[in-house]
Design a protein around this ligand. Structure first.
Ligand code: ADP
Ligand code: ZN
Length: 289
């Protein structure tokens, strides 16, 4: 079965053709510009490719409530031109195929849980630390939506007293994304995150903030495994720092083999950057059943 996958990001749109086994047969990407030209590129790519369904993992926030008049819309994004854009409607009118639609991080969590390091588990989370921070959540083999969808990158954390950086989230002075996303690192230290690799204090602070968020997710969602991805997590020295800070913050309260074996519990993706687009294939497939 040929399936379409669209990873709709704030900077680029990754389009792929693949199948229900997660195999990607062809892939292209287009810059995310204003909606008209961007959508034309996407539609041109998928037209005539004989796909049975399309799965979209989209930057949010999104309306995922199938009973809502605005189901399938990108809602309150600050991204110019895309506020209240009808993503699902535009693509289903043009392509006339069933569309599975979810957040980019939920798609990545699903890809990972289907084919990656969290496969076989029924509850897991996928955290991306990049331009923003997002968390995709799988609970009891289902993507978690609820009222909207989790926006767990914006959980509030304790700012360290010696941190004078004032958050790059325009809503929250002390949320995780505002203090620990790639742009927050750059804003605080005056250099791109990738140029700060040998500054230990940068990564100690970063791990401290990420660990605070992760402890909240462990306590509320009880994931069986946690995957960390996104550009900032290319700094692999973060993993051991985060793991030990999580154990310190939990302080022995959660007594499970997972927390004891934390090297196997807080891990990078096993899909090498393809978790998002593969998750879109899975979204497409599940929606055709
Ligand atoms: P996006 O979130 O836009 O999809 P990324 O996940 O690549 O894209 O995130 C971009 C952010 O990640 C930027 O702030 C960038 O500075 C940071 N970043 C990218 N590569 C690295 C790296 N090797 N080390 C540290 N930070 C990185
Ligand atoms: Zn915020």
């Amino acid at each position: 079965m040929l399936l379409g996958a669209l990873e709709a990001g704030g900077t680029k749109m990754v389009c792929a053709i693949g199948n229900e086994n997660g195999e990607i047969l062809d892939q292209v990407s287009f810059p995310t510009e204003e909606p008209n030209s961007t959508m034309l590129n996407i539609i041109d790519y998928f037209k005539g490719k004989d796909i049975t369904g399309l799965g979209i993992g989209n930057f949010g926030p999104l309306d995922l409530n199938r009973k809502s008049k605005k189901y399938g819309y990108i809602t309150t994004t600050p991204k110019y031109g895309w506020t209240n854009f009808n993503m699902v409607g535009t693509l289903s009118d043009a392509l006339n195929v069933p569309i599975g639609f979810d957040t980019d991080v939920n798609a990545a969590a699903l890809g990972e849980a289907t084919w990656g390091t969290t496969s076989g588990l029924d509850s897991s989370i996928y955290i991306t630390v990049g331009t923003g921070i997002g968390v995709g959540v799988i609970v009891n083999n289902q993507i978690l939506h609820g009222m909207l969808h989790p926006e767990a990158g914006h959980v509030l954390i304790n700012k360290r007293v010696d941190d004078h950086y004032s958050s790059n989230c325009r809503f929250h002075p002390n949320c995780l994304e505002g203090l620990a996303s790639g742009p927050a690192i750059e804003g605080r230290w005056g250099k791109k995150a990738q140029e700060l690799f040998d500054h230990e204090s940068v990564w100690d602070l970063e791990a401290d903030y990420l660990a605070q968020g992760i402890v909240g997710y462990i306590l509320t969602l009880s994931p069986q495994k946690i995957v960390l991805g996104g550009g900032v997590m290319n700094q692999t020295q973060l993993f051991p720092k985060i793991r030990s800070k999580v154990q310190v913050l939990l302080n022995g309260y959660i007594d499970t083999s997972e927390i004891d074996n934390i090297d196997l519990y807080i891990v990078p993706s096993a899909l090498g950057g393809k978790q998002g687009i593969m998750g879109c294939l899975r979204l497409a497939y599940l929606n055709t059943l």
